[in-house]
Write a protein that binds this ligand. Structure first.
Ligand SMILES: [Zn+2]
Length: 219
């Protein structure tokens, strides 16, 4: 149930209107459309989700609170594994996906206190505060950023370890300044500069990397 709430939250953010289709939900969770729609029915019965025909599913305020609580746990665990235990940033997501469902809120709050109430996880994503408010900076993907822009690398999708390793090897981490040099035509790579080095970022990675202006930069 927590995974569904989290997935609907993420898909709703991606779509921009809080709605997720049952098909997208099934593919994000790696389940069949049949089992996704059975689970959606249970979530509707529990008052966590609203299902509108032809529009998809969206979270109720209770559902959103559940999603934010899981996201807080997930991102705090990732930060703890990376900062306190020294686990590489491309490995923490998978571990957190497992541990997030078994830790109590008491332990999660202790982890937050131990880390000094961090505001961002190792991938640059904002961590919801204890009251479940979350400060989400306005970002754009590298793919959509205009040539000539100079922006800060805010975050990257944490679900693909190979992408994270690739970026890490080139010293590209949240907070790094990125200059967008040129989008090569015909869906070619995006040429960027980081410090003095030049990099070529392929379309799928460029779509997963989010950039923000300095004003509300990730930490
Ligand atoms: Zn993660």
């Amino acid at each position: 149930m927590e995974d569904y709430a989290k997935a609907i939250f993420g898909l709703g953010r991606d779509s921009g209107n809080g709605q997720a289709s049952v098909g997208d939900l099934a593919s994000r969770l790696g389940v069949t459309p049949g089992s996704a729609s059975a689970m959606v029915k249970r979530l509707v019965a529990q008052g966590l989700v609203v299902h509108q025909r032809y529009r998809g599913v969206s979270l109720t305020p209770d559902g959103e609170a559940l999603a934010l609580a899981v996201i807080r746990r997930h991102r705090l665990i990732e930060t703890f594994l990376a900062e306190e235990l020294g686990m590489p940033w491309d490995q923490v997501h998978h571990e957190a996906d497992v541990i997030e469902h078994v830790l109590s809120d008491t332990v999660v709050d202790l982890i937050a206190a131990k880390l000094g109430d961090p505001t961002h996880d190792p991938h640059g994503d904002p961590i919801p505060a204890r009251d479940l408010t979350m400060d989400e900076p306005r970002t754009t993907t590298l793919w959509d950023a205009p040539d000539g822009a100079s922006m800060l690398f805010a975050s990257v999708s944490d679900s693909d370890p190979t992408m994270l390793r690739h970026l890490g090897e080139h010293g590209i981490r949240p907070g790094t300044r990125i200059r967008v040099v040129k989008h090569e035509p015909f869906d070619g790579p995006v040429r960027i500069r980081v410090g003095r080095s030049a990099h070529s970022i392929g379309p799928s990675l460029a779509r997963s990397m989010r950039l923000c202006d300095d004003g509300d930069a990730a930490e």
